[in-house]
Write a protein that binds this ligand. Structure first.
Ligand code: SAH
Length: 481
C-alpha cells in the first residue's frame, strides 16, 4: 500500500475524533490524525509523519465542511493550541467528551450495561435491572470567560514593543493575544495598564534567552462571586521600580483588592517564585464555591472554573448520600474543596493530601469556615490510609477520591476494599484510569451505580467525571436492620 510520504497532499474524510480532539480519517485502511479537522469534514492535508499503521497530517483546507463545524471565535485558536475543540459547536464538544468517557468505561472497564439517560431521573434503571445510568454531561450556561485565573507572559515583538500573549508551540516567541476568551473581561484592561506603566517607566519585559529584563508574567485572579481582583507581577529582580505609579492605576478598576509582586530570579519555566511582596491590600482575595469561603493568595491552588466546580462537587456530595452521622474520607483532597463540601453534611471528614502547602491551605479554609469536624493528613493516600487502617483501626462510611491523572495506587484501592465503606464516590479527570480503577473495585465487591460528567474546561479536550459505587451487601444489611 502506498500511503504517501512527507509533504505529500492527501484528501481525507474525517470519521472520528481522537482522545485529544484531532480528526481521524482513513485511506485504504491506514489511519490519519489531523488536528483542527472535525467529524464530517472532507479536508486536504499535508503529510507530516508516518508510522506503520497510522500517520499525522497538517490541515491545509476544509474542502467540504461538516455540519458540526463552527468558526472559532478566537482568532488565534489554531496557533495557541489551548483550546482543542473550538472548530466544533459547544454542543458537539460536549457530546465528544461524554462519548469519550462512556467508551472508556465500556472498553477498558467492561461496563457493558451503561446507558445514556437524558434527564435527571427519567429512564433510571428499574429495580433489579442491571442497567447503569450515565447521566447527560453538565455543560456550562455560558462557555466563555469561565477561567478565574490568567498567567500571561510579557515580551517584545519584532518592532521592539512590549507585548503580552502566549508562547507559540515549544518556542519562546510570544504570539500577541491580549484577550483570551476563556478569561475574565478585566484581564485586557489590567494588561494594558501594566504595559503602559512599563513603557512610561522604562521597565523591560524578561527575555528567557538572555535571562535579562524584569517583568516575566502577570498573574491575575478574580473571585467570580465576590468580584474581587488580584494582580501579581512576577519579576526577575528583587524590587519593582516606580510601584507607586502602578498601584493607583490598577486601583481604578472596580474590585481591585490585592496588588503584589513575586520575586523569581531563577532560570526556570516555573512561573512563581517563593517570595511575595505586597504593594496594596491584604495579600489575598476571597471567593466562594457553594456556601464555602476560600482565601486565595497568589500561590494558592484554587479551581479555575468555580461555577462548574460547584456542580461537580455538588454531584459528588449528592452521590455520597450523607445523613449527618457518617465518617467520610476524602483522598487526594488538595486544598479541601470536596472535604469542606462534605463537612456540611457529615459527622466527620478526614482529608489526605501529599502537598504540604495544600494541606496548610485546607486547614486554613476549614478554620475560616468554622468547621471543627475535619482533619487533614499530610502524605500519600496509599501510605496514610493503610497505616491509619492497620494501626488506628479507622473506619469509613463513605470514601471519596479525586486523584490526579494517573488514578489511584493499587495499595490505596486494596485498603478501600478492606475498609468496605458503603459508598465510594470517584471524581476523575482521566476516564481511562477511572475505568481501570472502577473495574478493580467492581471485581472486589463493589457495583457501579451511576455516572455523570461535568464540563469544567470548555473548548478543551478535558472532561471531569463523578461516579458512585456501592457495596451491595452493605446496602442490604442496612435495609434488613
Ligand atoms: N479536590 C481537590 C483537587 C484534587 S487534584 C481540590 O479541589 O482541591 C489531586 C490532588 O491529589 C492534588 O492536590 C495532588 O497534590 C494530590 N496528590 C497527588 N498524588 C497523591 C497521592 N499519592 N496521595 C495523596 N494526594 C496526592
Amino acid at each position: 500500500m502506498d500511503i504517501g510520504k512527507k509533504n505529500d497532499i492527501i484528501t481525507v474524510k474525517i470519521e472520528d475524533l481522537s482522545e485529544d480532539g484531532s480528526g481521524i480519517g482513513r485511506l485504504d485502511g491506514y489511519i490519519w490524525f489531523i488536528k483542527d479537522a472535525v467529524i464530517g469534514d472532507t479536508v486536504e492535508a499535508k503529510i507530516m509523519k508516518t508510522k506503520k499503521s497510522y500517520g499525522f497530517a497538517r490541515l491545509l483546507q476544509v474542502l467540504e465542511p461538516s455540519d458540526k463545524r463552527t468558526e472559532p471565535l478566537c482568532p488565534v485558536a489554531r496557533q495557541c493550541g489551548g483550546c482543542q475543540l473550538q472548530a466544533m459547536t459547544y454542543e458537539e464538544g460536549l457530546r465528544f467528551k461524554e462519548n469519550k468517557v462512556f467508551n472508556h468505561l465500556k472498553r477498558i472497564g467492561g461496563f457493558e450495561n451503561l446507558r445514556f439517560v437524558d434527564e435527571e431521573g427519567s429512564g433510571e434503571a428499574a429495580p433489579g435491572s442491571r442497567t447503569i445510568p450515565f447521566y447527560r454531561i453538565m455543560g456550562m450556561e455560558d462557555p466563555w470567560r469561565y477561567r478565574n485565573k490568567a498567567q500571561v507572559p510579557f515580551g517584545l515583538n519584532r518592532g521592539g514593543e512590549i507585548v503580552t500573549g502566549f508562547y507559540a508551540g515549544r518556542t519562546h516567541a510570544i504570539i500577541e493575544q491580549e484577550d483570551c476568551l476563556l478569561g475574565a473581561e478585566e484581564n485586557r484592561r489590567i494588561l494594558a495598564i501594566i504595559k503602559n506603566y512599563m513603557r512610561e517607566n522604562h521597565i523591560s519585559p524578561y527575555d528567557e534567552d538572555t535571562h535579562r529584563g524584569l517583568v516575566r508574567h502577570a498573574l491575575i485572579r478574580k473571585g467570580f462571586r465576590t468580584g474581587q481582583l488580584m494582580v501579581c507581577l512576577i519579576i526577575n529582580g528583587r524590587k519593582l521600580p516606580a510601584a507607586d505609579k502602578l498601584v493607583p492605576a490598577l486601583r481604578e478598576l472596580d474590585g481591585m483588592t490585592s496588588i503584589s509582586y513575586c520575586i523569581n530570579t531563577e532560570q526556570t519555566n516555573v512561573i512563581l517564585g517563593r517570595e511575595i511582596v505586597d504593594l496594596y491590600g491584604p495579600g489575598y482575595i476571597t471567593d466562594y464555591i457553594g456556601n464555602v469561603k476560600y482565601r486565595i493568595s497568589p500561590q494558592s491552588f484554587y479551581q479555575v472554573n468555580p461555577r462548574q466546580t460547584e456542580k461537580l462537587y455538588g454531584t459528588a456530595l449528592e452521590y455520597a448520600e450523607l445523613t449527618g452521622t457518617e465518617t467520610v474520607w476524602d483522598l487526594y483532597c488538595g486544598i479541601g474543596t470536596i472535604s469542606l463540601f462534605l463537612a456540611q453534611k457529615a459527622a466527620r471528614v478526614c482529608g489526605v493530601e501529599v502537598v504540604p502547602q495544600a494541606v496548610a491551605d485546607a486547614r486554613a479554609n476549614a478554620r475560616l469556615n468554622g468547621f471543627d469536624n475535619v482533619t487533614f493528613f499530610e502524605g500519600k493516600a496509599e501510605e496514610v490510609l493503610p497505616r491509619e487502617f492497620e494501626e488506628n483501626h479507622i473506619h469509613a462510611d463513605v470514601i471519596v477520591v479525586d486523584p490526579p491523572r494517573k488514578g489511584c495506587d493499587a495499595a490505596c484501592l486494596d485498603t478501600i476494599v478492606k475498609m468496605a465503606p458503603r459508598r465510594v464516590v470517584y471524581v476523575s479527570c482521566d476516564s481511562a484510569t477511572l475505568a481501570r480503577d472502577l473495574r478493580y473495585l467492581c471485581d472486589r465487591g463493589y457495583a457501579l451505580e451511576k455516572v455523570r460528567c461535568c464540563d469544567m474546561f470548555g473548548w478543551t479536550g478535558h472532561v471531569e467525571t463523578a461516579v458512585c459505587l456501592t457495596k451491595p451487601d452493605a446496602e442490604q444489611d442496612m435495609e434488613v436492620i
